[in-house]
Write a protein that binds this ligand. Structure first.
Ligand code: ZN
Ligand code: ZN
Length: 170
């Protein structure tokens, strides 16, 4: 099984994963923008059994999601502040890794079945919506499990050009 390593900026925390991610989420929500200081977050999801912290001990910040009301546990390096992964009240047993913390993050591939782009409603106007990957206004499903409408684009477009899709089709 393929193994990949990653860690924080200062090297105090190191981790390793086994196998491919179960799913990959590109999230444009305000929480992820603020937490990462970037335009969006790329999160690769693994089972807890496929993820191991091999050096150091992250500190945990608990954040209550405005949307779901559930707690997100953000695991970060107490020395340099790098966020390494999240665990979820909503999905026990899973770990969402901040993909940029892998030593070679390019190995995380997007594919139409297991990847998604969410919270396009709060994305930057210059963010690019990727083709072939499902795009959602907010979450993929509501709290009670009802699926939300997915839009799939044929070509890359910016949010200013293509979101929401109904306007783009006028
Ligand atoms: Zn660190
Ligand atoms: Zn988010």
């Amino acid at each position: 099984m393929e193994r990949h390593e990653g860690g924080c900026l200062c090297g105090a925390i190191r981790y390793e994963t086994a196998g491919a991610p179960i799913r990959v989420t590109i999230c444009h929500c305000r929480y992820c923008q603020r937490a990462t200081g970037a335009g969006f977050m790329i999160n690769a999801n693994f089972t807890q059994a496929a993820h191991r912290v091999t050096k150091g001990a992250p500190r945990v910040h608990d954040h209550r999601s405005e949307g779901s009301g559930k707690i997100l546990h953000v695991h970060f390096c107490p020395d340099c502040g790098t966020k390494l992964h999240m665990t979820f009240e909503r999905a026990p047993g899973y770990v969402g890794i901040y993909a940029g913390t892998f030593d070679a993050p390019g190995w995380i591939a997007l594919d139409p079945v297991t990847s998604k782009q969410i919270f396009l409603d709060s994305a930057r106007p210059d963010a690019v919506i990727l083709p072939a990957i499902r795009a959602f206004a907010a979450h993929e499903m509501t709290n009670d499990g009802t699926p939300c409408v997915a839009h799939v684009f044929d070509a890359p477009v910016t949010v200013a050009q293509g979101w929401p899709p109904e306007q783009a089709m006028r």
